[in-house]
Ligand binder design. Structure first.
Ligand SMILES: Nc1ncnc2c1ncn2[C@@H]1O[C@H](COP(=O)(O)OP(=O)(O)O)[C@@H](O)[C@H]1O
Ligand SMILES: CC(C)(COP(=O)(O)O)[C@@H](O)C(=O)NCCC(=O)O
Ligand SMILES: [K+]
Length: 253
């Protein structure tokens, strides 16, 4: 008996197989990631020798076509694919989005995972959830478990491509993050990084002011390690926050 958690982003599909009954924070028995262009090879590749899961729950922010292609890769298993649809309440979190179903499933699941982490460590204050993937999202969760809303901004790759395509003189290699960049590469890399950390620090202040207490900051996503060293508020990198949210929805926190 096992549980397959799937997180389909705009760049990569991440998956993790857990022992039945695993709770948020548990270590997966197996896990992997594939670029979206390679999802049609999962059944003959990463998933070929995977023991058949007895349950599956996924988050998808790519297209319906991508979701169907992933479901085809699961055909040989006798398991019904289930996908999270954000609603007005789940996993101890209420959804403050104007139209709850329009919130990205990954954002909703990550907030639920973050709530489970906070509770497990006995933290009863507000939580700021940062995901650094194709896009960057920053979410504000109140101490009472109300999702207040959040930010969406371009990730590093999109920012750089936008600048490259909109200018003649910005096609340069990746640089370093510097306080006072003195070449084009460093200026671009620092600009992108500080755009992201600046937005995070701003929502941190909004949440701290509203709640009267410094939020716990949990960061996840494929490019979190790039942003973490430049972020000026105490925070923790958690690799599988979406998986933890899927576990919370599957089994309770
Ligand atoms: N080994 C890696 N493979 C792909 N992307 C990576 C890797 N390490 C870091 N990244 C960065 O992570 C981003 C993708 O993160 P991910 O969380 O998979 O995004 P998404 O959930 O949007 O698919 C890429 O834009 C890239 O900048
Ligand atoms: C903001 C996102 C594009 C992030 O996608 P990702 O970077 O994880 O691939 C995704 O959560 C999404 O499509 N959201 C729907 C719109 C919303 O959340 O308001
Ligand atoms: K994501």
């Amino acid at each position: 008996m096992s549980f397959l958690a799937v997180d389909i982003g705009n760049t990569r599909l991440k998956w993790a197989l857990y022992a039945d009954g695993a709770r948020p924070g548990a270590s997966p028995e197996r896990q992997g990631a594939v670029f979206i262009e390679n999802i049609d090879r999962l059944a003959d590749g990463d998933w070929q020798h995977l023991p058949a899961p007895s349950a599956m729950l996924g988050s998808n922010v790519a297209s319906d076509a991508v979701r169907r292609r992933v479901e085809e890769q699961m055909d040989r298993w006798d398991v019904a694919p289930r996908w999270v649809v954000p609603g007005s309440e789940a996993g101890g979190v209420t959804n403050g989005y104007d139209h709850p179903t329009r919130l990205g499933a990954d954002r909703w699941v990550a907030v639920i995972g973050a709530r489970a982490h906070a509770r497990q460590r006995g933290f009863d204050g507000p939580v700021l959830v940062v995901m650094v993937g194709t896009a960057v999202t920053v979410e504000a969760l109140s101490a009472s478990g109300h999702y207040l809303g959040g930010l969406i901004l371009p990730g590093h790759g999109i920012m750089l491509r936008a600048l490259e395509s909109g200018t003649a003189g910005l096609r340069v290699p990746t640089g370093e993050v510097r306080n006072f960049p003195t070449n084009t590469s460093d200026a671009l890399t620092s600009g992108g990084t500080y755009a992201i950390t600046g937005a995070i620090e701003r929502l941190f202040r909004h949440l701290q002011t509203r709640e009267g207490r410094a939020p716990l900051v949990l960061m996840t996503g494929g490019a979190g390690w790039k942003v973490s060293p430049a972020l000026d508020v105490p925070h923790e990198l958690i690799e599988g926050l979406i998986f933890d949210g899927l576990l919370a929805l599957q089994h309770g926190a």
